[in-house]
Design a protein around this ligand. Structure first.
Ligand code: Z5A
Length: 217
């Protein structure tokens, strides 16, 4: 099987980090992959060393960041991530589990900040050089529930985007919902309001079927 890019998307506190870790553990012990297969976890922003610095600016900047500046910083993080990490890993046949990718830019900068969608699509194209995810899990959860989970985390201190008002997060949620309608072949909706075990089970069911399809093709 060739390398695969599997992305986890959703609003704050939807459980992406939790499910990525569980999926990695499950995949490595499932027997569904070749014994030498690499299963790598990564994230945006911050998947590379340069990206870590951009993440720090994006989430913690004391100076207000203009909307188009924010868009360009996410695009810079992605361009570095794709070229330095994602493409080389895919070429080696790795399965990559990535916390956020291009759909987050559409949802947050497009729907949330209401920047021009054509501009965002062009920038996503430039940043990725056309690298699209093989499968995207959209962890769908009510915005209020996700935010309350994120805020009750032990390490919880709110970042710049988490502090945005509720209507911003609701527009973001609408963005993910529209993306899932527009790309049903790529984006699979997961009910993320359930228990961690129940959410993992939904993800594993979908992945098992996809892995079988991919190994046949
Ligand atoms: N952003 C953007 O604007 N444009 C872009 O192009 C990109 C990103 C790529 C990155 O933050 C920010 O950048 C993000 C979007 C923006 N906005 N903000 N803020 P991030 O990736 O560091 O953080 P996040 O995306 O907001 O994720 P998160 O808050 O860390 O949440 P999560 O990873 O989805 O959830 P979690 O950490 O797994 O779980 C949250 C808590 O809930 C934790 O205590 C868990 O133990 C608990 N949990 C998890 N699952 C469950 C279930 N099923 N039941 C009960 N409790 C649960």
């Amino acid at each position: 099987m060739q390398g695969k890019l599997i992305v986890f998307e959703g609003v704050e506190g939807s459980g992406k980090t939790t499910q990525i870790q569980r999926t990695q553990t499950w995949l490595l012990s499932s027997g569904l992959l070749h014994p030498n297969s690499q299963v790598v976890t990564t994230r945006e922003p911050g998947g590379t060393a340069l990206g870590q610095q951009l993440r720090q600016i994006l989430l913690q900047s004391a100076e207000p960041i203009q909307d188009r500046t924010e868009l360009l910083l996410y695009a810079a993080d992605r361009a570095q991530h794709v070229e330095a990490d994602l493409r080389p890993l895919l070429a080696k046949g790795a399965v990559i589990l990535c916390d956020r990718y291009t759909d987050s830019t559409v949802a947050y900068q497009g729907y949330g900040r209401q920047l021009d969608q054509i501009l965002i699509d062009q920038l996503n194209q430039i940043a990725t050089g056309g690298l699209v995810s093989d499968l995207t899990f959209w962890l769908d959860i009510e915005v209020e529930l996700g935010l309350s989970r994120a805020r009750s985390r032990a390490s919880a201190s709110l970042d710049r985007i988490e502090r945005a008002d509720l209507s911003f997060h609701q527009r973001v949620q609408q963005g993910f919902s529209q993306l899932a309608i527009a790309h049903p072949e790529r984006i699979v909706r997961i009910d993320a309001s359930q228990s961690p075990d129940a959410v993992s089970q939904q993800i594993q069911q979908v992945l098992q079927a996809r892995l079988q399809d991919w190994s046949r093709s």
